[in-house]
Structure formats: C-alpha cells, structure tokens
Design a protein around this ligand. Structure first.
Ligand code: MRU
Length: 340
C-alpha cells in the first residue's frame, strides 16, 4: 500500500499519527488540510514530503489556481516544515511547469511519485551491496533511528529499504530500531513496518543505542536524511548525531541512505541547515498525558546534524559516496538507478 498517492483527483495519505493502533487513510482535497497534515506529521519523512510538495501544487492547479495565486500557495506549502529539503524541492520541480498548465504540473508530480518508488529499490541494492562489502558474508544486525521505511516515502523506504533488501537477501540478522523520542517514529512506525515485512527486530530506547553498539548488538548504524549539505554534513532526526558518535567510537559503519533529491548543494555545511523547533508541548506531554510538571519548558529540536567526519558512506539511488575514504558529493559521478 502506498503512503501517499493521487487517486481520482485528490491526494490520499496514510495518517501516520494514528499508527500503530489504526491504519487510517485520509482523502485530502484542500491545501490547508495538506499543510496541516505536514505540520502535525500525519505525512512525514523527507521523500514523502517531496511527493506531498509536488502533489499539493498539482491539487490546487487542478482546482484552478494559476499565476500569483498558484505561486503564493506553492510558497506556503514549501514552507510548511523547514528542514527536509525534499518538500521545497518537490514544489519547485513542479512549479517549473506552472506556465504549461495544470495537466503538465500533475504529470510532473506523478513522475516524482513514480521516481521515488524506483529510487527506494535502487538504494536498497546499493546499500545491501555496500554492507556485504564492509561487513563480509553472513548475517549482520543493524541499528536505525526514526522511520525511514515505506511510510517515509511512497513505498519501501531509504535506510529501512536497505534493511528490507538485506532481509530479502538473507543477510539481516536483526534490526534494532531506537524508539525515537519524543514522537516515537521508531516504535510506532518502524517497528510496525518491520513486523509487517516479517523481519527480525527488537526495539530499544534511544539512550541504549551507544551502549548496545559497544556490546556488539549491531554491526552498523543506518539513518536517513532530511538534508545533506554540499560537504556531506547530514541533518536527520534528533538522536542521529549521538548514535553516530556511539558507532564511530566502536569503528562501526555509519551509513546515510537518501535519494539524490535530499542533497542540497546550495547549502555548504551543516551549520547552514535550519533545524525545526517543535516547541515544549511534545516533550512535556505524550498522547495528551502530561509527563513533566505543568509549566515546564523544553528544548525540542526535531533534527540534528551529523558532521561528515562521522559518516562512513552516503548511499543514494545513483551512487555510493565513501566519505570516510575521502570521496565527496562533488567528485563521485552519478551511476544508474538499479532495479529490484
Ligand atoms: O520528523 P520526521 O518524522 O519527518 O523526521 C523524519 C526523519 O528524520 C527521517 O529520518 C528522514 O526524513 C528520512 S526519511 C526516509
């Protein structure tokens, strides 16, 4: 089942705030509703946000918006969340065709959707090959953060897509998703997806990650990305940086898996990446239950930046950039999209 799609003139998306309890599909035919769904993380994950950007513009174009009205709507949509570059990338990509009319815009948005599916299979192949190269034959366990599966894309996923490919090849011993405070994408969404695919997994609390890496529970750490700067610094879900430190301390591979659309060569380093601040409420409450004293203020960055020095390799849908061997985004040429 697709996380987000275009069906009979409107957008359909899985409401991820309801998982794992309920699988609810929402029909969205209003831009403000889509923007609200993005802000409250009903639809989330960088590639799915890219598709949302494209389909959101297509939706309002189909409803008759043109010219400056279309531009204003596109601007609002592109800025619904700041860190994942894919959202503004998806909006810009379809807006290039604004003057060619609504059918051309829709065609481009559907292309983004279809390319996203193909790119996930390709990342799976590149990533699983890299694991065999780095870790050797046999089965290996992998730690991962947040949700980078089909729910973060259209189908299949980025880092979790590689884990799925390893599972299908018989090289996955066990996946160890960290629960990913405060919104629990790891336990609510990644554990749910691993269970759906029948892969072996055990859930761990975020703070157990580095210790369990030290004790040999996993042989690599995989993460997705929301924005990769030109020097390889990578913004991803809060907690990625600390897990990269834990893995680096043990000389274990830190692998970032993301489509080419997540690379932002216009952003020079991680210092220039805007990090979404999601405010105190999400930290001081969970599902309506207060978990800290009334009036407690929290610091709640939704993402952090892992410096490129901590990254072993970046796996995209078109190439593997071995950062630890001195390769860079600027020097490694694009290769083919690989199939299943
Ligand atoms: O706040 P979220 O749930 O949108 O954060 C998502 C992540 O950080 C993912 O790791 C990233 O978008 C890559 S998804 C393939």
């Amino acid at each position: 089942m697709r996380t987000i799609d275009w069906i009979d003139g409107h957008i359909e998306l899985i409401d991820q705030t309801k998982l794992p309890g309920e699988l609810v599909v929402r029909k969205v035919s209003d831009l403000d509703e889509l923007i609200d769904d993005i802000k409250r993380l009903a639809v989330r994950g960088a590639p799915a946000l890219g598709v949302s950007g494209g389909l959101g513009v297509a939706l309002v174009a189909q409803q008759g918006l043109t010219g400056s009205e279309l531009e204003e709507a596109a601007h609002r949509l592109a800025n619904a969340r700041p860190t994942a570059v894919n959202l503004s990338w998806g909006v810009k990509r379809v807006m290039q065709y604004a003057s060619e009319g609504k059918e051309r815009i829709l065609e481009e948005a559907l292309k983004i959707r279809d390319e996203d599916i193909a790119s996930c299979y390709s990342m799976g192949q590149y990533g699983a090959d890299l694991m065999e190269e780095l870790l050797g034959e046999g089965q290996h366990s992998v730690m991962t953060v947040c949700n980078t599966g089909g729910l973060a894309c259209v189908e299949r996923g980025t880092a979790l897509g590689v884990i799925q490919t390893m599972f299908e090849r018989g090289t996955l011993k066990e996946a160890l998703p960290v629960e990913t405070r405060p919104l629990l994408q790891g336990s609510r969404l990644t554990a749910w997806e691993l269970q759906q695919m029948g892969a072996p997994y055990r859930l761990i609390v975020d703070s157990a990650g580095p210790f369990l890496l030290r004790r040999g529970f996993a042989q690599a750490f995989f993460a997705g990305a929301d924005r990769i700067a030109a020097n390889g610094d990578t913004a991803n879900k809060i907690g990625t940086y600390s897990l990269s430190l834990g893995a680096k301390a043990m000389n274990l591979p830190v692998i970032i898996v993301a489509p080419e659309s997540t690379i932002d060569m216009a952003t020079k380093t991680g210092e220039d990446i805007k990090i979404e601040d999601r405010g105190s409420e999400e930290v001081a409450n969970f599902h309506g239950v207060r978990t800290a004293p009334e009036g407690t203020e929290a610091i709640n960055p939704a993402f952090d930046v892992t410096p490129h020095e901590n990254i072993t390799a970046i796996v995209t849908d078109r190439r593997v950039i071995r950062i630890a061997r001195g390769e860079t985004l600027a020097t490694v040429p694009l290769g083919p999209i690989r199939t299943k």
